[in-house]
Design a binder for this molecule. Structure first.
Ligand code: 0O2
Length: 272
């Protein structure tokens, strides 16, 4: 294969990574906008470097013709979760989607790799649209917790440094660190409900405040500025009390006031 063709080959993979990252970030945003805890904490993606592709082809004895079928992670997306339980939730979200087809699932969580690596991998088939038309490509989605990701990132750098000849003392340290990661995730899971409650109420408050400030801004267009200034002062007063129930009450009242002004404005427009 000519070097020139590498770039062409990678175009749909680049597109797929961009689209997938955007779609998973959108899922996270949708949860937050609906005041729901999101099992997705962070999303990132990359197209495998040509060097890594060549290295993997040699390691697994893959020919050019077999490349796109056998190297499944040319397009790679990583989804990081806060808690162990979130991993299955993300996997379910992926299985339910109609824009990607699950080809294979690799559970390195229940079946940890010898290295100590833990992660849940889903290989999907994903349709991309290019100048040449539609092309189905494979992509690998890695789902893991923040703690698992911490371990994998460090171990990956060491693997790269020692290129398969990791000194025994480092391998031992990594194995013991992998056990600590397992314990850490279990500890964190035990406070998951409390953390979720706290995050949900933070999210709820932040959506409420955004809604209230939007409403106040809209009121400026429909009503007397001095009255709006009074409403805004009242908001600051309630906000400083840090009482979510009061903020909710104010939000409901403001909705009614805003509705009244909107109705008045429509009537006036009709009269004119
Ligand atoms: P990179 O640099 O991340 O792209 P298999 O066919 O299942 O035997 P394959 O195709 O390599 O082997 O799949 P596997 O084992 O599921 O690994 C896919 C990716 O998972 C790897 O890609 C790594 O990103 C990650 N991974 C797998 N094992 C380990 C591990 O022991 N440590 C770390 N840190 N990551 C791991 P690449 O191409 O190997 O690497």
């Amino acid at each position: 294969m000519e070097i020139r063709l590498w770039r062409e080959l990678l175009i749909p993979y680049e597109l797929a990574v961009k689209e997938l990252v955007m779609k998973f970030n959108q899922l996270k945003k949708e949860h937050r906008e609906k005041d729901m805890y999101s099992p997705i904490e962070q999303v990132s993606g990359r197209v495998k470097s040509i060097n890594s592709i060549l290295e993997k082809m040699q390691r697994k004895n893959v020919s050019w013709e077999e490349l796109e079928e056998k190297v499944e992670d040319i397009a790679g997306v990583r989804i990081i979760c806060q808690f162990y339980e979130d991993i299955e939730k993300v996997a379910q979200l992926i299985r339910r989607r109609s824009d990607m087809k699950v080809l294979e699932e690799k559970d390195y969580i229940t079946h940890m790799k010898e290295s100590g690596y833990r992660s849940y991998h889903i290989i999907i088939s994903y349709g991309t649209e290019t100048l040449e038309g539609r092309k189905e490509i494979r992509a690998e989605i890695q789902i893991r917790t923040l703690a698992m990701n911490f371990w994998a990132t460090i171990e990956h750098s060491l693997q790269y440094k020692y290129k398969g000849n990791m000194p025994a003392h480092l391998t031992e340290r990594l194995t013991s660190a992998a056990d600590s990661i397992l314990q850490l995730d279990a500890e964190m899971s035990s406070v998951r409900n409390e953390v979720m409650d706290a995050q949900n109420s933070m999210l709820h408050q932040s959506n409420l405040v955004a809604d209230i400030l939007n409403n106040i801004e809209n009121l400026y267009h429909f009503s007397n500025k001095r009255e709006v200034a009074k409403i805004q002062d009242e908001f600051y007063r309630i906000y400083s009390q840090k009482d979510l129930a009061q903020l909710e009450r104010f939000h409901r009242e403001l909705d009614i006031i805003a509705e009244g002004y909107r109705a008045q404005a429509i009537t006036l427009e009709e009269v004119e």
